[in-house]
Design a protein around this ligand. Structure first.
Ligand SMILES: C[S@@+](CC[C@H](N)C(=O)[O-])C[C@H]1O[C@@H](n2cnc3c(N)ncnc32)[C@H](O)[C@@H]1O
Length: 264
């Protein structure tokens, strides 16, 4: 049995846009052949323009999503997801007998990668599953851990907004590309919620699209953490060559990707 970490851009999403493109192509053909001759020219032009623009938009989205899917794929040439997961897990160090937490674990890739690097510790992955990423589930995570022969992991349902754990429960916390999905919430407060459950002295490695528009002033946030006694705090841009090139990041709408690492 091989692990299947699925894809951050699922096949179903691409199929939906491809189907939409096909429907809009048919609507375009109809707009050019079936419109009532008696309709005013301006109305006919408006309908044809709207149909053409919708077709172009939906077609372009299908091509773009297919490109993203291929770049992220664990089986493709680029394997960007794998590179990000491995690169983030490299910063997660857990003392023997300790426990780490992966917030928004999806298909379990980062949880399992951290567990593998810390064989004498335990990793817990939590996710709200079943909303925007329908192909990810607790069962899938458990299957992947089994397929990887990694036993020091467990998975449970949980919400990044209110983690169901007491303060200072974990020796390490990590997360990848989760908080930007949580709309209507202050992203720095989400980071604070994750850091709340980290023990003093524990390490954190949190990767996300931390652009100013989404996260506010992260340099200031780093300074605040340092003033509070956090150590070795660094905000590492990963969209300038660490995980991806600048152009690639822009094309993939991942510009602003950064890794926040340090010790509480
Ligand atoms: C892009 S996927 C990343 C999954 C995983 N971290 C990885 O690197 O493969 C985003 C994940 O965040 C999860 N998520 C979104 N909002 C969440 C929330 N409020 N609490 C917990 N998980 C959440 C989604 O269910 C999804 O699995």
């Amino acid at each position: 049995m091989k692990p299947n970490y699925k894809n951050w851009v699922p096949n179903g999403m691409i199929a939906g846009f491809a189907a939409g493109t096909a429907v809009l192509a048919a609507a375009n053909a109809a707009a050019w052949t079936l419109l009532d001759e008696d309709l005013p020219e301006s109305v006919k032009l408006g309908i044809r323009c709207a149909a053409g623009v919708s077709l172009a938009g939906c077609g372009a989205a299908t091509v773009w999503l297919t490109f993203l899917h291929n770049s992220f794929s664990y089986h493709g040439k680029r394997q960007l997801s794998k590179q990000i997961i491995e690169g983030t897990a490299d910063y997660v160090s857990i003392p023997d007998g300790g426990t780490g937490l992966d917030v928004g674990c999806g298909s379990g890739a980062l949880t399992i990668a951290c567990a593998r690097r810390n064989p004498h510790a335990t990793m817990i992955g939590v996710d709200r599953w079943g909303k925007e990423y329908a192909s990810f589930s607790q069962k899938l995570c458990e299957k992947n851990a089994k397929a990887e022969h990694v036993e020091n992991v467990s998975f449970q349902k949980g919400d990044a907004v209110h983690l169901d754990f007491p303060d200072e429960a974990f020796d390490a916390v990590t997360s990848n590309y989760v908080y930007h999905n949580i709309s209507g919430k202050n992203k720095q407060e989400l980071l604070r919620e994750t850091l709340r459950v980290l023990k003093k002295g524990g390490t954190f490695a949190i990767h996300d699209i931390m652009s100013k528009a989404r996260y506010g002033d992260m340099k200031q946030f780093v300074e605040e953490l340092k003033e509070e006694g956090y150590e070795e705090v660094r905000l590492i841009p990963t969209d300038h060559g660490v995980f991806m090139g600048q152009d690639e990041a822009i094309v993939m709408a991942l510009n602003g990707s950064s890794l926040l690492v340090g010790k509480k």
